[in-house]
Design a protein. Structure first.
Length: 219
């Protein structure tokens, strides 16, 4: 069968094979952090609480210092595991998208996000959800300025299902035509579209109307 495959099909199959192996490694590593290191740090934290109650040889200040350090360590592990593979990716693509957008919303007041997520979403394979999340993340990194601009940029993100097809729609309203042209014609966008189509066998479309750029990702 493979001898009748086109060159593009062979490249797509190879990329999908490589990606799924990489995804599996990240997925298993994040699960190990949650199952082992996070549980261990919680146990240490609990023992420090008990030590503060039962041991009078250590000063309360010293114990509180240890507790703060283990809390910081625990928080760092949570962030690391979620960066590798968000915990919600197994259960809810909408929640994973909202988690991805949270840092942008909290730290970039010049970006005005409107998020439209469904209350219910179909059961999605984790590797498929992971691709959607990473594509959205890269799209925002490519098309949004890192420094503050005035007036603000409006971003509308919608996830919905059309029959059996999933659709992620991203609309970005730019303040002027020069900004629109710069951020909507970067060569990295072509790489992103091709990667999406190869890895998930999906389709992409892009167009702009007035000062609004619109991206549609179907799978």
């Amino acid at each position: 069968m493979t001898q009748f495959m086109t060159v593009d099909q062979k490249i797509q199959q190879a990329l999908q094979w490589w990606f799924y192996r990489e995804f599996l490694k990240l997925f298993l590593e994040s699960e190990q952090i949650r199952d082992d290191l996070l549980q261990e740090s919680f146990t240490i934290r609990r023992n420090l609480d008990l030590l503060a109650i039962n041991n009078h040889n250590l000063s309360g200040t010293k114990i509180q210092d240890y507790i703060k350090k283990i809390d910081k360590f625990h928080h760092s592990l949570v962030q690391l595991s979620d960066r590798l593979c968000p915990i919600s990716i197994q259960d809810s693509l909408p929640l994973s998208i909202e988690y991805l957008l949270e840092p942008w919303i909290n730290s970039s007041p010049y970006l005005d996000f409107q998020i439209n997520m469904p209350n219910y979403w179909r059961l999605e394979e984790p590797k498929c959800s992971w691709i959607i999340i990473r594509v959205l993340e890269e799209l925002l990194k490519i098309t949004l300025p890192e420094s503050e601009i005035i007036p603000p940029i409006y971003i509308h993100i919608t996830l919905k299902q059309i029959g059996s097809i999933g659709l992620l729609a991203v609309k970005i309203s730019y303040p002027d035509i020069s900004t629109l042209i710069f951020y909507s014609h970067l060569p990295e966008l072509e790489y992103l579209y091709d990667s999406f189509k190869f890895l998930i066998s999906g389709k992409c479309s892009y167009f702009h109307k007035n000062l609004i750029s619109i991206w549609h990702f179907y799978w």
